[in-house]
Each structure stands twice: as structure tokens, then as C-alpha cells.
Design a protein around this ligand. Structure first.
Ligand code: NAD
Ligand code: UDP
Length: 329
């Protein structure tokens, strides 16, 4: 074992972002323990890592205590897509709150540094634009998104209280919409929905008038931000926004994906979900200053990679794809 090799716990490691993080940590020469209850994560996401002697996968629900010896913890476990986190909202809150208490307790006992993947949802439907970290948000505490939004807000509170009360080394980032290969094809998030619908020639389900905005960050950029945050000096505790400040109306995203896939799909309007934020865009001044980080992958480049991933996935499943194939090279 090299002196720089760490034992790193990744909760939610079989999910979309977690699986990319596990890969990067293994590339850096660390021992990775991936803990997941497979609620939204998939064994397929980590299958290629199982033969690596420095990787270990454990089925475990973090709402129950966990006793392992580690140097660093990335606490990612929590469903992230609205349909998944609203499926069992009580479990969503438990995962963020009780799960965080368990992982913070583990960090306290092992003196591990601990990271939280918080979210732009802590800003709710923001009245300040773009969102800076000192904006306190506009969250409906009793709406259908509250299990996720308030769960994460409470997780942040717990992290900062453990930091103040027990001197834990914490790292809190607020993630804005992130996309890329290994998103769950049925998780209802906009990028995966539109690409899968376009590839299958099904209607593109645009909620509302599509003028609501989001800013999309490619997964590789996001993971780079996380690693820089974890490696930053101990006084860099966050919260720090991580996301792409290039904002785009959802309607334009639909049109772009139709163009890029060569799909014949038509746009079909559906009602805007309750509490769907009308605009969202990060101010990343803090990330630039403290981590020297900003996204580098343009939207079209990231979308090409994501479309190629879903194209492969649907072909393997024998599901019809309408795409004019020009990404296979
Ligand atoms: P994901 O749903 O693919 O991954 C979440 C993982 O956590 C899954 O593997 C799931 O099975 C696991 N999990 C859920 N509850 C658990 C529990 N109780 N115990 C153990 N494992 C559990 O979502 P993702 O997009 O990879 O998100 C990862 C993290 O990043 C989440 O904390 C999410 O809130 C945060 N985040 C993601 C985005 C985004 O755009 N992808 C935006 C903001 C925040
Ligand atoms: N959206 C849409 N069609 C879909 C899925 C989502 O128009 O099939 C919209 C959704 O209403 C929201 C935006 O796309 O305004 C992003 O939704 P997502 O669920 O990806 O994440 P959110 O940012 O809302 O958490």
C-alpha cells in the first residue's frame, strides 16, 4: 500500500454519479468501499469494477448504522430524480437525515473527512438569480419536493453542527443538474427522458411551456469538482455550488436533442409538476476562487456522449432506436 492510498467509503456508489466517482478514486490508487441499497443504483453501473482488488461493494441501507474503518467518506446515498425521491418520501427524508447522522457518527469515530452531495434544490424555486451560496432559498416545506429539499437542508445543518460541535472535517457541495452516461433510463430526469424518447421515436414530454431554465453540467466535470473539494484545505468546508453556469430553457434542450439524434419525435406539452422551479443557474464564483474549478465540457459534447450511451443501452435491450447513427466512431 502506498502512503497516499486512502480507504474511501462511497455511499450511493452504485448510482449514476457514485459509479463515476468510484472509478476516478480507483484510478487515483485508493481502496474504495461502495455501499448501496440499490434503490436507484444498479449493479451494472459497477460491474466493470468488481474484478479490481481495491474495490468492494456492500449492500447496505445507510439509515442503519455502519461499522467500517475508513479515511474519507463521500455521502451520496439518496435518490436524486423527482419521481424516485417522491416514490417513498419518508424513506427519502430518512436517508438524508438518519443516513447523514449515521455517516457523521462513523466519521467522528474514525476521524474521517466527510463529503455531502447537497443540491441546488436547497434554494427551492429561487427568487434570486443566479443562485449564490449565501441565498437562503425559497422552499415549500410541505410540498411534494420537500422530502428531498428539506432532507438535504437538514443534512447540511447536521454536517455544520458536527463540524462546530465535534470538529469534524466536512466538505459540503451543492450540485446543480448533472447528466451523462449511466443516468437511469427511466428516472424521469429531463436529459435521460428526452434522449430515450428521441431515440425511440416517442413524443418528447415537455412540461409546461418549456421556458423554465436549467443549467446542465457533464458528469466528468462534476466529479473533478468533488475531488478538488475533498483535496482542498480543511478550512474549505463549503457550501460550494458546483454546476454549469450556462443556462438553457428546457424547450431549447428538447430541440437540441431532437436535432442531435436526428429523431422524428414531436414535442408534446404536459402540465408543469407542482413546485417545479422556474429558473435555476449556479453562481460558481466560490468554486472558481477556492477550487480553481469550472466546467470544461460544452453541452453538445456531453450530450453526444450521453446519446451514444443510451443508444448502446437501448440496442442491447433490443428496444427500437430511431437514431441516425453518426456517433459510433
Ligand atoms: P442516483 O439515484 O443514481 O444515486 C443515488 C444512489 O444512492 C443510488 O445508487 C441508490 O440506490 C442509493 N441509495 C438511495 N438510498 C439509499 C440508502 N438509504 N442507503 C444506501 N444507498 C442508498 O442519483 P445521482 O444522480 O447519482 O445522485 C447522487 C447524489 O448527488 C445524491 O445525493 C443526489 O442528491 C446528489 N445530486 C445529484 C444531482 C444530479 O443532477 N444528478 C443534482 C443534485 C444533487
Ligand atoms: N422536464 C420536462 N420533461 C420531462 C422531464 C422534465 O419538461 O420529461 C422538465 C421539468 O419540469 C423541469 C426540468 O425539465 O423543469 C428539469 O427536470 P428534472 O426532473 O431533470 O430535474 P429538476 O431540475 O426539476 O430537479
Amino acid at each position: 500500500m502506498t502512503s497516499t492510498r486512502k480507504r474511501v467509503l462511497v455511499t450511493g456508489g452504485a448510482g449514476f454519479l457514485g459509479s463515476h466517482l468510484c472509478e476516478r478514486l480507483l484510478d487515483q490508487g485508493h481502496d474504495v468501499l461502495c455501499v448501496d441499497n440499490y434503490f436507484t443504483g444498479r449493479k451494472d453501473n459497477i460491474a466493470h469494477l468488481l474484478s479490481n482488488p481495491h474495490f468492494e461493494a456492500m449492500r447496505h441501507d445507510i439509515t442503519f448504522p455502519l461499522y467500517v474503518e475508513v479515511d474519507e467518506i463521500y455521502n451520496l446515498a439518496c435518490p436524486a430524480s423527482p419521481i424516485h425521491y417522491q416514490f417513498d418520501p419518508v424513506q427519502t427524508t430518512k436517508t438524508s437525515v438518519i443516513g447523514s447522522i449515521n455517516m457523521l457518527g462513523l466519521a467522528k469515530r474514525t476521524k474521517a473527512k466527510i463529503f455531502l452531495s447537497s443540491t441546488s434544490e436547497v434554494y427551492g424555486d429561487p427568487t434570486v438569480h443566479p443562485q449564490r451560496e449565501d441565498y437562503r432559498g425559497n422552499v415549500n416545506p410541505i410540498g411534494p419536493r420537500a422530502c428531498y429539499d428539506e432532507g438535504k437542508r437538514c443534512a447540511e445543518t447536521l454536517f455544520f453542527d458536527y463540524h462546530r460541535q465535534h470538529k469534524l472535517r466536512i466538505k459540503v457541495v451543492r450540485i446543480f443538474n448533472t447528466y451523462g452516461p449511466r443516468m437511469h433510463p427511466n428516472d424521469g430526469r429531463v436529459v435521460s427522458n428526452f434522449i430515450v424518447q428521441a431515440l425511440k421515436g416517442e413524443p418528447i414530454t415537455l412540461y409546461g411551456d418549456g421556458m423554465q431554465t436549467r443549467a446542465f453540467c457533464f458528469v466528468d466535470d462534476m466529479i473533478e469538482g468533488w475531488l478538488r473539494m475533498m483535496a482542498a484545505p480543511d478550512d474549505v468546508v463549503g457550501p460550494i455550488n458546483l454546476g454549469n453556469p450556462q443556462e438553457i430553457p428546457v424547450k431549447e434542450l428538447a430541440e437540441l436533442i431532437i436535432r442531435m439524434t436526428g429523431s422524428k419525435s414531436r414535442i408534446e406539452h404536459r402540465p408543469l409538476p407542482v413546485d417545479d422551479p422556474l429558473q435555476r443557474c449556479p453562481d460558481i464564483t466560490r468554486a472558481r476562487a477556492l477550487l480553481g474549478w469550472e466546467p470544461t465540457v460544452p453541452l453538445e459534447v456531453g450530450l453526444e456522449k450521453t446519446i451514444a450511451y443510451f443508444d448502446r443501452l437501448l440496442s442491447e435491450r433490443g428496444e427500437k432506436t430511431q437514431r441516425i447513427v453518426r456517433l459510433q466512431a
